[in-house]
Design a protein. Structure first.
Length: 285
């Protein structure tokens, strides 16, 4: 059977044809080819690294920087940050026009504007033919007022959209600040078991599903309630387990603070309410 030699830098591999039973034979000869060195490839890489000139690297960096600045200047950008900020709009524009010629689209738009202006003038001329001078003046004043009202509504709509966008941004910043403050307070609580943190975070309003659902849909409200009850029961089991394992100490009741048989002692202020919550979870501050 024919033997097909395959050579690399250091050894020869001989592959035989497939035999009748579907198997094949592969012979690997570890004979070093004359003139080849097993460490040649490593040596060549080391030599190539040693041949790199630091000045060449600096030149390449300067050329790349100059090229970037040339692109920014050509398209009217002051910095890479400005280009990065505008890039999504450019991408959306590219997806909108596809492979169409942008210059041709502009030309078509300008032509369409001229056609509309022509027919606008024709329409105006036709209207004046059936009007008296006073009727024309009255109509033009009416049309002017309608155009002004339309422009005013457009400006009001844009101003409201801008205001709404600003409010949304402010609200997002407030929520972010709220979450950050709550999480910091939770982290500052001493000896707080890590199993409590997710429940306590949700209890205090951070990433609480109740803040995200559509309260107008009963299905979402029902699901949120069921999930919340399950998480509460899971948390109760964690607390019970903590007591049984001795990880949580039973809160000490001070003299005069005995809870009446007909119900729990009601806190008189925010500080007492907060302390009662910590005592419930066995948290030290």
């Amino acid at each position: 059977m024919p033997r097909l030699p395959i050579k690399d830098d250091t050894r020869e591999v001989v592959v035989e044809d497939v035999v009748d039973d579907g198997t094949s034979n592969v012979d690997v000869k570890d004979e070093t080819i004359e003139g080849a060195d097993a460490d040649d490839s490593t040596g060549r890489i080391d030599d190539d690294l040693n041949d790199i000139d630091e000045d060449d690297i600096e030149d390449h960096a300067e050329n790349a920087g100059a090229r970037v600045q040339e692109i920014l200047d050509r398209f009217g950008y002051d910095s890479l940050e400005d280009l990065e900020e505008d890039f999504p709009n450019l991408k959306d524009l590219k997806e909108t026009i596809g492979n169409k010629d942008a210059k041709q689209l502009i030309a078509d738009s300008e032509y369409l504007a001229k056609v509309k202006e022509f027919w606008k003038q024709q329409d105006e001329a036709n209207k004046r033919e059936g009007e008296t001078h006073d009727e024309t003046i009255e109509r033009l004043e009416r049309e002017k007022k309608e155009a002004e009202n339309k422009l005013l509504k457009r400006d009001e709509k844009e101003a409201k959209a801008k205001e709404d966008k600003q409010k949304i941004k402010q609200a997002e910043q407030m929520v972010k600040s709220f979450n950050s403050t709550v999480l910091d307070e939770i982290e500052n609580v001493k000896d707080l078991p890590k199993e409590y943190k997710p429940f306590l975070k949700e209890f205090l309003g951070v990433d609480n599903p109740a803040n995200e659902i559509n309260i107008g849909l009963k299905t979402e409200v029902r699901k949120m309630a069921k999930d919340g009850i399950k998480r509460f029961n899971d948390m109760a089991q964690v607390i019970i387990k903590g007591y049984l394992e001795g990880k949580i100490k039973v809160p000490k009741i001070k003299d005069g603070d005995v809870i009446p048989a007909d119900g729990e002692k009601k806190p008189q202020n925010l500080a007492e309410a907060r302390q009662q919550l910590y005592d419930t979870f066995g948290v030290k501050r």
